[in-house]
Design a protein around this ligand. Sequence first.
Ligand code: FMN
Ligand code: SF4
Length: 442
Amino acid sequence: MSDVIFQPLSFKNLTVKNRVFRSNISGRFDNYDGSGNQVRINWETKFARGGVGAIISSFVPVHARGRIIPNYATIHRDDRIPFWRKVGEAVHAHDCRFIMQLSHGGRQRDVPDIQYPTGQSSTAKRDPLHGFECERMTTADIAEVVGAFAEGARRAREAGLDGVELHGANGYLITQFLSSAINDRKDEYGGSLENRARFVLEVVRAIRARVGSDFHLQMKISAVEHNNSLLVLKREGPGNTIQDSIQVCKWLVEAGVDAIHVSTGSSFPHPRNPAGSDLDVEMLSQTYDALASSGTTTFRNLLLFHNSLTGSLFRKQWLDAGVPANQIEGLTRPDARTIKQAVPQVPIICTGGFQTASVIRAAIDGGDCDAVSIARPLVANNDLVKQFAAGRDAAERPCTYCNKCLLQVVENPLGCYDESRYPNREVMLQEVLSVYQPPAFQ
Ligand SMILES: Cc1cc2nc3c(=O)[nH]c(=O)nc-3n(C[C@H](O)[C@H](O)[C@H](O)COP(=O)(O)O)c2cc1C
Ligand code: SF4
């Protein structure tokens, strides 16, 4: 096939059959205690069947205190290995690779679980959006978490998975160390860029020491943090620039990282990630109550979203800080291109809005990236890659970037909730609930 989308991509330790990766997308499919179940397997299989070359998993905590919400499967103990082996086997049956995203939430969470109501971070400052409390990590805490990442990679390898990704993007623990806006430490893990990068580089070296040099390891990074996009974040400053990220990527590659996955924004969600065409504040106020009792500012936020005037002001601020709807597809291409030119040794995967074959081809052929990762447009059209293979440039009912999947995910099953894409609400609900077949508990 001459189509670049369907040319295999070879990393140092992994070959993927095409250039479309399913990007990380978390849903509350697992059990409260972080053990996995059949629903997660059903979910991942949808995308493998739909033709993507590889799936990069959702947020998988490497440590019980790194969880951001109950019901996400973890990799923090050896007894999780058999479950992930089953996930890998189900995905491999469709000639699709599976890369696990090793993650730790730090101070950024959605709904803390009963075991660890307080997070850990580079800082003792609360998360500014929801006001989740955290403690500044001691060097002993840091060493423990570095070890947890290495053990997570070892377990992923023992489960027969094809590689791991460090979640170094979107405001979670690794970003909290890397970020000039968030990290306010005075010790060897804070201050200069070199010091702020020490934590993630220790993680990379510990993983390499644990799993060797022949297991795929990539890093997702927020290339530009845009940390002060919202009023509530102004006092923290803008955060890391593209120049900072280039230097970090160079160090990561020297330390043994095989690929860079380029994202944006210092928090999750962020006006630019996932970038939305609109913000349905009424839906937000209906689902945000799941967070209301967990953070110091969540109840205030809930009232703000409920009130039509303050709700519409928040919506305006959020959308103004994002990008216009016609610029969502490929919004991180310029950052990916800059990193690719500065760090030519490893392939670059770019995320953000991709769903048109000709745009993806242009991004790869034009030298912006080597592959794209897709989250929401694949939720909307699980078989998008098969549609590209059949010659379509775009799906008949593309993702509208309405972000209703995101607004629903803390309370309801992950899926596409844009009713305008379905003949009626019943059909939409049937599609969302199809992930429960076969059921988790027989
Ligand atoms: C509901 C939802 C959950 C997500 N979960 C994760 C996650 O667990 N880890 C991560 O790195 N990114 C996560 N993302 C971000 C996506 O992987 C992706 O980078 C972003 O949505 C932009 O790509 P898209 O326009 O193709 O959706 C999530 C996005 C959505 C909408
Ligand atoms: S709800 Fe559906 S259409 Fe809207 S952003 Fe999510 S996947 Fe796309």
